[in-house]
Design a protein around this ligand. Structure first.
Ligand code: GDP
Length: 295
C-alpha cells in the first residue's frame, strides 16, 4: 500500500540523515522533497503546500536544528501532521438507533455493494449485531442479485422489492420489516451512476431525507485519486455524510485520496476496503496509516 509514496518520503529524509551538521538549507530541501512526494501521490497542490508549511513552522518552533537527532524529529513531525491530515483520532460508526440505519452512497463501481456486505459481516461477527441488507437500486436488476449473492455468502438476510420502482418506499418498507423482525442494523445499498448526475443525487437525497439514517457513508474507489476527492465533495454538498469508506486500497493506489479527502470534506475516513473478499475490511486508524506510510 502506497509503496511509491513511502519510498519517496524515505529518500526525502535521507538528506537529513546523511549530513553531519544539519542546516536550514537541509531542512528546506527535505520539505521540498516531501512536498514533491505528496504531489506525486496525487495530493492536490494546496494541501501539499499547506502541509509542508505547517511542518516547517513546527520545525522552527521546536528548534529542530539544535536537537540531537533532527532527522528523527522531522520524521515525527511529518508523521504527526500526516495523522492530523487524515483525521486525527479514529471515528466509529453510530449504532445508537433501533434499528440503526446506515445509508451507503457513491458512484457505480466504487464498491458500495461489496462494502455493504463487508460491513454487515463485520457488525454481525465482531459487534454481535443482527443486520438487514436492503437493495435499493431500482435500475439494475443485476445489482439486486449481487446483493442477494453477498447476503447468502455471509448469512445475512437481504430485503428487496424487484417490482417496486420507488427507492424511498423500498427503504421505508425495509425499516418496517427490520422493526417487525428484530433486526438492529439496516444497511441500505443505493443505486450509483458512473458519474455524478442530478437524477441520482436527487434520488439519494430523497431516500436520505425520508429514512433519516444514523450514519451516511460515502464509498469511493481510492484508485481514482483527485477524482475521488471531487466526487466526495459533490456527495457531501448534497448529503452532508458522516464518513468515508475508501475501497481498493489493496490495488496500486498512490494514496492521494486517503491523504486529501478528510481536509476537503472535513469528514473522517471510517473504513477501508482491502480486497474483494467479505473479510477484507478494516477500521481506518489515521495514526496507523501514517506509521505505515513513513515506516
Ligand atoms: P458498486 O457498483 O459501487 O456496488 O460496486 P461493487 O461492490 O459492485 O464493486 C465493483 C468492483 O470492485 C467489484 O468487482 C468488486 O469485487 C470490486 N471491489 C470492491 N471493493 C474492493 C476492494 O476493496 N478491493 C478490490 N481489489 N476490489 C474491490
Amino acid at each position: 500500500m502506497f509503496d511509491n509514496l513511502s519510498d519517496k518520503l524515505d529518500k526525502a529524509f535521507h538528506i537529513l540523515k546523511g549530513h553531519g551538521k544539519i542546516t536550514e538549507v537541509n531542512v528546506a530541501d527535505t520539505l521540498k522533497e516531501v512536498r514533491r512526494a505528496l504531489l506525486d501521490a496525487d495530493v492536490n497542490f494546496k494541501i501539499a503546500k499547506d502541509f509542508t508549511s505547517r511542518v516547517k513552522d513546527k520545525a522552527i518552533g521546536q528548534d529542530v536544528l539544535t536537537t540531537l537527532q533532527p532527522g528523527q524529529l522531522m520524521v515525527k513531525l511529518v508523521k504527526d501532521e500526516l495523522t492530523e491530515l487524515m483525521g486525527g483520532d479514529a471515528a466509529g460508526v453510530n449504532l445508537s438507533g433501533n434499528p440503526s440505519v446506515i445509508l451507503m452512497s457513491g458512484l457505480q463501481g466504487s464498491g458500495k455493494t461489496t462494502f455493504s456486505g463487508k460491513l454487515a459481516n463485520f457488525l454481525k461477527t465482531k459487534k454481535n449485531k443482527k443486520p438487514l441488507l436492503v437493495a435499493c437500486d431500482i435500475y439494475r436488476p443485476a445489482a439486486i442479485n449481487q446483493l442477494h449473492v453477498v447476503g447468502e455468502q455471509i448469512g445475512v438476510e437481504v430485503y428487496s422489492e424487484p417490482d417496486n420502482k420507488n427507492a424511498v418506499s423500498i427503504a421505508e418498507n425495509a425499516i418496517k420489516h427490520a422493526k417487525a423482525n428484530g433486526f438492529n442494523v439496516v444497511i441500505v445499498d443505493t443505486a450509483g451512476r458512473l458519474a455524478v448526475d442530478e437524477e441520482m443525487m436527487t434520488e439519494i437525497a430523497n431516500v436520505h431525507k425520508a429514512i433519516q439514517p444514523q450514519e451516511t457513508l460515502f464509498v469511493v474507489d481510492s484508485m481514482t485519486g483527485q477524482d475521488a476527492v471531487n466526487t466526495a465533495k459533490a456527495f457531501n454538498d448534497r448529503l452532508d455524510f458522516d464518513g468515508v469508506v475508501l475501497t481498493k486500497l489493496d490495488g496500486d493506489t498512490r494514496g492521494g485520496a486517503a491523504i486529501s479527502i478528510k481536509s476537503v470534506v472535513n469528514k473522517p475516513i471510517k473504513f477501508i476496503g482491502t480486497g474483494e473478499k467479505m473479510e477484507a475490511i478494516d477500521v481506518f486508524y489515521p495514526a496507523r496509516m501514517a506509521e505505515r506510510i513513513l515506516g
